[in-house]
Design a protein around this ligand. Structure first.
Ligand code: CU
Length: 266
């Protein structure tokens, strides 16, 4: 009887904890409501199945407990039940996977109007690069990386001269404009994650990964590294500030660009 009560308590406790949990999603600040929709579908399916199985176990422990005049019945085959379980599981797994495939497709299909912003991860900080007046980012290569040129921008590339470089400061983004985030890592694997945007992606040395989103709310949002990357992983924090377009333009004007920075050390 103690096992039955324990199982029922596990089921009730899990549901109650889920509903009353203080660790709920932060209010969303991007267009990725689909991500929350997918999570809700997953919560419902796994929650219902989990509760049903635990309660079924409690029922079996109670109903088929040992009694002196009771003998077990041997039933190795049950075609009907096997079919139902197979179909039920298949439908459940399909419903779990399908929304994810749809959302993933949207997540990596960048709208043509998106502006590019590059984020570079290294132990243990973030750097940002935004296109200057020409709207284009200059090419980069590992061989150009030096103390004066930590992001490895090609000094001969015209497009890179006006690139805005932010090291250790906040990243600002204008509200309502889609942005394509290009991700690079200089040393080990990092992952740029701003929970309020519901968007994250691994940054792999030697590759450029990306995702896109549209900020839908002004304010300051905390970013974290979501891939264990060494001793300082836990303090690898970022701040993304979403502002109105005029404020963004004024901020961008004040940021240092690549060309004067390189010229100053020559
Ligand atoms: Cu990291």
């Amino acid at each position: 009887m103690a096992v039955v009560i324990a199982l029922v308590l596990v089921a009730i406790g899990s549901v109650t904890f889920h509903v009353l949990s203080p660790w709920w999603w932060t209010p969303i600040a991007s267009n990725w409501g689909y991500i929350d929709g997918t999570l809700t579908v997953t919560f419902w399916i796994t929650g219902v199945v989990f509760t049903a199985i635990v309660l079924f176990m409690a029922y079996c422990v109670l109903r088929f407990r040992h009694r002196p005049d009771h003998t077990a019945e041997f039933g190795p085959e049950n075609k009907r039940l096997e079919w139902w379980l197979t179909i039920g599981t298949t439908v459940g797994v399909c419903v779990l996977l399908a929304p994810g495939l749809v959302v993933w497709h949207q997540f990596v299909t960048v709208p043509a109007s998106a502006t590019e912003v590059e984020i570079v991860g290294q132990q243990w900080r973030w750097s940002y690069r935004l296109p200057g007046r020409d709207g284009r980012l200059g090419t980069v290569a590992v061989r150009w990386i030096s103390p004066e040129n930590p992001l490895g921008i090609d000094p001969a590339d015209v497009a890179g001269q006006d690139d805005v470089i932010i090291e250790g400061g906040d990243l600002q983004l204008p509200i309502g404009r889609p942005v394509k985030i290009l991700l690079r890592a200089i040393d080990v694997v990092h992952n740029f994650y701003v929970p309020a945007f519901r968007a994250k992606m691994d940054m792999v040395p030697g590759q450029v990964t990306f995702f896109w989103f549209t900020p839908t709310r002004t304010g300051a949002f905390e970013g974290i590294c979501a891939e264990l990357c060494g001793l300082g992983h836990a303090v690898m924090r970022a701040r993304v500030v979403v502002v109105e377009a005029p404020e963004y333009d004024a901020w961008l004007e004040r940021q240092p660009t690549f060309a004067p920075r390189v010229a100053s050390v020559q």
